[in-house]
Design a protein around this ligand. Sequence first.
Ligand SMILES: O=C(O)C(=O)C[C@]1(C(=O)O)C=C[C@@H](O)C=C1
Length: 373
Amino acid sequence: MSNSKQAVPSTLPLLRDRIDSIDSQIQLLINERATCAQKVAEVKLADQGDDAVVFYRPEREAQVLRKVMERNEGPLGNEEMAKIFRQVMSSCLALEKPMRIAFLGPEGTFTQQAALKHFGKSIVSAPMAAIDEVFREVESGAANYGVVPVENSTEGVVNHTLDSFRDSRLKICGEVEERIHHHLLVSPNISAEDVTHIYSHQQSLAQCRAWLDRYWPHAERIAVSSNAEAARLAAEAGRSGRAIAAIAGEIACELYGLLKVSSNIEDRPDNTTRFLIVGNQEVPPSGKDKTSLLISAKNEPGALYRLLEAFERHGVDMTRLETRPSLMSRWGYIFYIDFVGHYLDEGCCAVIDELRERASEVKVLGSYPVAVL
Ligand SMILES: O=C(O)C(=O)C[C@]1(C(=O)O)C=C[C@@H](O)C=C1
């Protein structure tokens, strides 16, 4: 084993020898860990059987990554170290069973970026044209899990995602938050000075409006179906010598071989989107969880108050309340509520039991680990 107390060599060749020695130890340990993961898969198969076996364990992954961050002593930062272990676990899970993850496409969207952040890069990611198609792909078993956007700090909730839970039996198995950084991108053989049109999704054009007004006031802004589509169009135009630019993220930049003219051009530096992981499994407690509910309130005076009062009385911290038309009656509404804790926790269980008496419908969408990365 490497002894970190040894005197650190001072010459480049000796330092590189030391790095080679450490690398060989790391490589042995990673393969030892992967062998353990293979044994875990055998135990899971023996315990659960071929049809019911669930290899992906979100609660365990969250616990592993939290421990990594808690014991980290640097110089690498906690998040950087957790990302390394995220990929190690992704590779180990792929050894147990390769995961096919459906996401709101096309290739290059922030949702794909979020899927790779949450599951690591050893997955097969499948782009879907719409959010309900992501749900259907997972419900049919064609994908193991799905990743969909649920809210953005600038634009608010994604209604299509909330509405998809009304009729779906899928459970929320996790969440991931992605800082949304927009970049101005052009094809490598295009000069930025020649750009006359800037393509992006309407939301992204809106999120970069002040920057565009200041630095590119004369460029025409063209809204397209997604940032990834804008990046594809910029790459395609570049091949025929047409000077158009795209506003898109890192993954689209890499995917379509574009160059960054300007980075992080979003007007609000805290621009963040939260994504949900949906699947066919309930997740056991991880020690730091949240729960999402769908509730149909009775159409009577004080109905909403009585629902919310139960949380306060049981000391359960409600973190989100969204309203959507119920579609069951013209002015009926359903409520999406997030709260801190797992539905199996005593206080949360008591609240849910009371809600079932006070509401016309209570659907537990899932309890899942609070986002770690
Ligand atoms: O502990 C398990 O259940 C494992 O399968 C091992 C492991 C890991 O690499 O740590 C891999 C995949 C799971 O999603 C969780 C953890």
